[in-house]
Design a protein around this ligand. Sequence first.
Ligand SMILES: Nc1ncnc2c1ncn2[C@@H]1O[C@H](COP(=O)(O)OP(=O)(O)OP(=O)(O)O)[C@@H](O)[C@H]1O
Length: 622
Amino acid sequence: MDTQPDSKRRRVERSPLPTFKLDDEDDTYEPYIPVAQRRQAKLAKLTSWGANSDKERTRRQQREQEEREDEANEEEARRETLRKERTLLMEAQEVHSKKAAEDAKKTEEEKTQEADDKIFNAIKSHKMLASDMELAKGIQYTESLKTRYVWRPPKYIRDRSEEENERIRKKYHILVEGEDIPPPIEHFADMKLPDSIFKYLKSHRIVSPTPIQLQGIPTAFSGRDLIGIAFTGSGKTLAFCIPLIMLALEEEMKMPFIRGEGPVGIVLCPSRELANQTYENVVEWCSAVAKEGKYPQLNTLLCIGGISMNEQSHVMSKGLHIVVATPGRLIDMLEKKRFTFSNCKYLCMDEADRMIDLGFEDDVRNIMSFFKRQRQTLLFSATMPKKIQDFAQQSLTLPILVNVGRAGAANLDVLQVVEYVKQEAKMVYLLECLQKTPPPVIIFSEIKNEVDDIQEYLLLKGVEAVAIHGSKTQEERQYAIKSFKSGAKDVMVASGVASKGLDFNEIQHVIIFSMPKEIEDYVHQIGRTGRSGKTGIATTFVNMNTPEQTLLDLKYLLMEAGQKVPPFLATIEDPRAAQGGSLKGCPVCGGLGHGISNCPKLEDAQRRQMASHRTGDDGGAY
Ligand SMILES: Nc1ncnc2c1ncn2[C@@H]1O[C@H](COP(=O)(O)OP(=O)(O)OP(=O)(O)O)[C@@H](O)[C@H]1O
């Protein structure tokens, strides 16, 4: 094909005209000889050759011999090439059949594992959880933040051997991962807390630290990044708030904060309700610290959607120590420069898996971009599937993983009862079920309309019930929580929104009216009872509308918690077992009854992602 541009071609066509030479100037010129004359001349030449000497013949024979040799050599070279090509081909075939033989030897389990690993690697997030500036400049901190200048464990604990520390962790079923892990501290008295807070805890019957607290608090006090995983109701809030309060106190006492300064640290929550509850806890603990006048009063801001920030102008008019927030409103406030992160050193994410697994990582990264320097980062949750753990670990600096029980396991203080109830019989049976325990009771349903229907039905039957779900206004949601918390209402009907992290006083019974698709949600929902060492009951309705895979997840969870498995669940076979496949839990949602290839959470996330691509929605609203 002619690939020359036209201009070039034209140039060639227009090249200068040939300059003809005169005959006598051309040395290659041959005069024309007629054919007959040429034939005669050739004949004469041949005749003269025949008469030529033996010398000439020998030379010809030699030449022919050389030509034959050349041909033989060429043939040999050709054969050699063919031989080589065949060897390569044969080698390839050998490799292929060897792999096929190896594959045949692999168990179904290994094959499933390989396939799962492929999916897992494909969905792994590649972009670290770091600020844009850190990502752009490739900044990765290699040392933990030196936030605490004062705190260190008492000498007798510092002198303890690592074997002894390990023995203590084992006693409380604490698993740790990481380098240079601070020792566990079994008594609040050894944590060197201010007297006033110590007294406050005691007066609230908080006398000894829970496992997540006894390893988590010293870890956070030492300035280390931390991933804390412990079952529902095990006191994670205290584990990350006390270190923040101590840090804020330390900073305030060094140099008092004035208007426009702070915060020292923030707590991020995935829902307004949870943020509100954490805020109330922090305010109460800060007041307790300042009560005796030995320590300064710390200033805390609640930063969530649906409330007017003017209401908190009194907080903003002073130096700010702690902010408890949901991501959307926090970003808004930071963008409007209502406060800055110039002095912020501590970032804690509660229910962290929720915050970063469903495409909200960009919001978190955005928030991190407002930090001006290295921070101490802590992530806490009761459920933290492998995918999130891996992602979090590569994003933190020398993190320490503190794990109490399996991530995603149910709280053992909850008696789990699963009942087969036909769809049309659910409402009536619900009334019967409410008789099992005295109030307060929470009823969960995944469907907003169903939440409203249940509340209406209960009200008709004379049960004092409130309802909460995502489509209610902020006032309605606040009213429902307040009246239920205060004991004015006996029953709260809720969608998933109330399941994450909310701590209601001594819930006796949780009824799961419609089983959530994701087993993590179930773990959070039943976790509203059986908190802080008390026992509770969870009754779950299932029927033929419940997907078999969900039932299988449930069956394994009951087995893991040593609970009674009802016959209709016991008879469900695991298809993976029949295929000889892997029975390991799903790394995306932690469900024990399925692998990654049919994870409902992954399917859901992908559906959501596709929908947000279509609508251009970034999905980051809270
Ligand atoms: N050391 C303790 N001893 C007794 N009770 C405690 C202790 N620490 C916290 N609590 C109480 O336990 C309850 C549950 O605590 P918290 O809400 O922090 O649990 P959580 O682990 O965050 O649960 P979830 O995963 O559901 O969010 C709270 O009422 C809290 O006051």
